[in-house]
Design a protein around this ligand. Structure first.
Ligand SMILES: O=P(O)(O)OC[C@H]1O[C@H](OP(=O)(O)OP(=O)(O)O)[C@H](O)[C@@H]1O
Ligand code: HPA
Length: 179
C-alpha cells in the first residue's frame, strides 16, 4: 500500500517497516552497550510511542524496567502549545537511570516539559530515545542521544503516529501529500 487516505488527507509511503526496524535495532544496541549495569527505567510516552517501544524493548538485552506516561499537545497537524499530563509518573525515580522513549521530537516542547517534570524527582540521569526527530522544527536545545531517524518538516503518520487519532496502526511511515 503506497498511498493511503485518512480523512481529508492523502499520504504516501516514505519509510518502510524494514528500514525502521534496522534503525531501531541500531539504537537498541547503542543503549545495550552504554547503559549496561545501570538497570534503566524506560518511560514510554503514550500514545504515539507504543510501536517503537515494543520493537525497541524486544531488542534490549540488559536488565531494565518499562513504564508509561501520557501527555497530549497536538490536535490535527499543528501544535496547540497546550500540554496536558494525563497519566502521571508513579515510579520512584530517585537515583534511577531513566530513558524517555518518544515516537517523535518536533518542536521539542513536549520533551522539554517532560524533562522538567522528571527532573524534580531526583533521577540519577535522564536519557532520550526518539524514533524520529525533525531537526528543522526544534525550538529548544535538547540532547537527544538516541535517534533512529532524522526527517524533514512534513507531517507524517504510521508506526504509532496519527492524524486526528487515525493511522497509528500502519507498520510503515507515510508523509502527507500537499494538494
Ligand atoms: O516536539 P513536539 O512539537 O512537542 O511534538 C512531539 C509530541 O507530539 C506527539 O504527541 P501527541 O500530543 O500528538 O500525542 P500522541 O503521542 O498521543 O499522538 C508526539 O508523540 C510527541 O509527544
Ligand atoms: O508529523 C507528525 N505526525 C504525527 N504526530 C506528530 N506530532 C508531532 N509531529 C507529528
Amino acid at each position: 500500500m503506497d498511498t493511503i487516505q485518512i480523512k481529508d488527507k492523502k499520504f504516501t509511503v516514505s519509510i518502510k517497516e524494514q528500514d525502521i526496524l534496522k534503525e531501531v535495532a541500531r539504537v537498541a544496541n547503542e543503549i545495550n552497550c552504554n547503559l549496561a549495569g545501570k538497570n534503566p527505567l524506560f518511560l514510554s510516552v503514550l500514545n504515539g510511542s507504543f510501536m517503537f517501544t515494543a520493537d525497541l524493548m524486544k531488542r534490549i538485552t540488559i536488565p531494565c524496567e518499562i513504564s508509561f506516561v501520557k501527555l497530549a499537545s497536538y490536535q490535527g497537524v499543528s501544535s496547540t502549545g497546550v500540554i496536558k499530563e494525563v497519566i502521571g509518573i508513579t515510579e520512584d525515580l530517585t537515583d534511577r537511570t531513566v530513558v524517555i522513549v518518544e515516537d517523535i521530537v518536533d518542536t521539542g516542547l513536549t520533551m522539554q516539559r517532560l524533562l522538567e517534570t522528571l527532573g524534580t524527582r531526583n533521577p540519577k540521569e535522564i536519557h532520550i530515545a526518539s524514533l524520529l526527530v525533525k531537526p528543522d522544527k526544534l525550538k529548544v536545545d535538547l540532547n537527544i542521544e538516541y535517534v533512529a531517524m532524522e526527517i524533514p518538516n512534513d507531517f507524517i503518520v504510521g508506526y504509532g503516529l496519527d492524524y486526528d487519532g487515525f493511522g497509528r496502526n500502519y507498520p510503515d511511515i507515510y508523509t502527507v501529500v500537499e494538494e
